[in-house]
Ligand binder design. Structure first.
Ligand code: KE4
Length: 429
């Protein structure tokens, strides 16, 4: 396998792009080497500029849940292009996608479309503050909610990958209303309420996906929601990653917990830039033009992106692939664990449906601190061996792997073979 053209593009990209990437986690910083440049993708296969094919377990960090270039999405987007790209006015497709989204989340009467998960979450936070009249927000260490100032503390994803405690350029004032709790530790939330009476809400990834996969334990979400109700604070579910991935109604459907405000992204655009936040009428009526909480966007509800989202969610609802995800996810989990045992490599695998990842540690991983006991050097060896054996993974120990409904038996054989080669390499590293 050669990466000559990727390396050439990387060097060329360094001139006008920061690190030759438009998002830090793509930079391969924690696994070494240069980032791959992708030429095309179809179904479960992604091809880099050197013509190397891979089974894709990144799926653009979640959106490509049907696999790449699904024929129905392609048709819908091509058709939408014939009518125009953007109007700065409402279109019927926005109503169609809004209905699909609100029907999937019963707690959600209304939704507002934006252009990214970050924008969805920053709007959801602003809405919680507008509705409650309170300023403080609790987040959990290791959770990542996009790159807005107030939540770039103790965050996962690219910050964990780069071992950044936070971000430069975020003034003290921007994070003074952000309190940090520990995932799966309700006491760490209660402690903040004992010290503060101006907490608007708690934002959580209902299934952690940005410290690697971390799963709520012992009804953590249910207990958290019950407690917040006694304190007049809101539960803000960041389902940007889990929405429509864990179940059609997101992790809330799976965990039987309803959030007051839900933030969405990724899958709802099917690869096109769409984010969303939604809630019951009582809360959403605070959003302009109905209420005094302002949020706006030139390309919000973009007709091409709406067409991509409608086609993706319509096909996803028809396929209802969640049992298949559970089955394939379990197979891959067993492949990882049994191969680690074969080569005597310490490994923990966390999985929730079609989100999973291995941690190179022998401890269980139920929070960010435990996730950080992983051996990231071993992960780097594993990562490159998987690449060389035809499997494209997120280049970080602190990212989730994603399954698409297009995965086949053949793909699983490729994954199993690659895992064997990669685990052997780790054992001999
Ligand atoms: P975006 O602004 O990247 O669309 O969404 C931010 C976001 C919000 N909430 C959750 C739970 C998320 O996982 C994300 C973004 N996820 C990362 C991957 N861990 C996006 C990949 C990247 O940053 O390049």
């Amino acid at each position: 396998m050669n990466f000559k053209k990727s390396n050439k593009l990387y060097k060329k990209g360094l001139k006008n792009l920061v690190g030759a990437v438009n998002s830090p986690v793509r930079a391969f910083s924690s696994v070494g080497g240069n980032p791959l440049f992708i030429k095309k993708a179809k179904g479960t296969k992604i091809t880099d500029v050197d013509g190397n094919d891979y089974v894709d377990l990144v799926l653009s960090y979640g959106p490509m849940i049907l696999g790449h270039r699904h024929k129905k999405v392609q048709k819908a987007v091509t058709k939408a292009l014939e009518n125009g790209y953007s109007f700065g006015a409402s279109t019927e497709n926005e109503i169609k996608l809004a209905k699909i989204v609100c029907d999937a989340f019963p707690e959600m009467d209304k939704v507002r479309f934006v252009n990214s998960g970050t924008e969805a979450v920053l709007s959801g936070i602003r809405l919680a503050r507008a509705f409650t009249g309170k300023d403080k927000i609790i987040k959990f260490s290791g959770c990542y909610h996009g790159h807005q100032d107030a939540l770039l503390v103790a965050a996962g994803s690219g910050l964990a990958t780069l071992s950044l405690p936070g971000s430069k350029g975020v003034p003290e004032g921007a994070v003074k209303n952000t309190l940090i709790a520990e995932y799966n530790n309700l006491e760490s939330v209660k402690k903040h309420f004992a010290e503060h009476n101006d907490i608007a809400g708690v934002i959580i990834e209902p299934i952690g996906g940005n410290m690697g996969v971390v799963i709520p334990q012992n009804n953590f979400l249910k207990e958290l929601k019950k407690y917040l109700e006694t304190k007049g604070a809101l539960l803000i579910a960041d389902e940007v990653m889990t929405g429509f991935r864990s179940k059609f109604g997101g992790a809330q459907e799976l965990l039987c917990v309803t959030a007051d405000i839900t933030c969405l992204g990724k899958v709802i655009g099917g690869g096109f830039p769409v984010g969303a936040y939604g809630a019951r009428n009582e809360i959403m009526e605070n959003v302009a033009p109905l209420g005094g909480m302002y949020q706006a966007g030139t390309l919000s509800g973009n007709p091409i992106a709406m067409a991509g989202g409608i086609a993706t969610l319509t096909e996803l609802r028809k396929q209802n692939p969640y049992d298949k995800f559970e089955e394939i996810g379990a197979i891959i989990e067993v492949i990882l664990l049994e191969t680690a045992k074969k080569y005597n490599v310490d490994l923990t695998v966390n999985r929730f449906g079609s989100m999973l990842n291995p941690f190179f540690t022998k401890t269980k991983v139920t929070n960010f601190e435990e996730a950080q006991t992983s051996d990231t050097e071993k992960f780097a060896v594993f990562f490159w061996e998987m690449i060389k054996n035809g499997v494209f993974l997120p280049p970080s120990q602190f990212e989730a792997w994603f399954l698409s409904s297009a995965l086949t038996e053949k793909d699983i054989k490729i994954i199993a073979n690659a895992v064997d080669k990669a685990m052997n390499a780790v054992a001999n590293s």
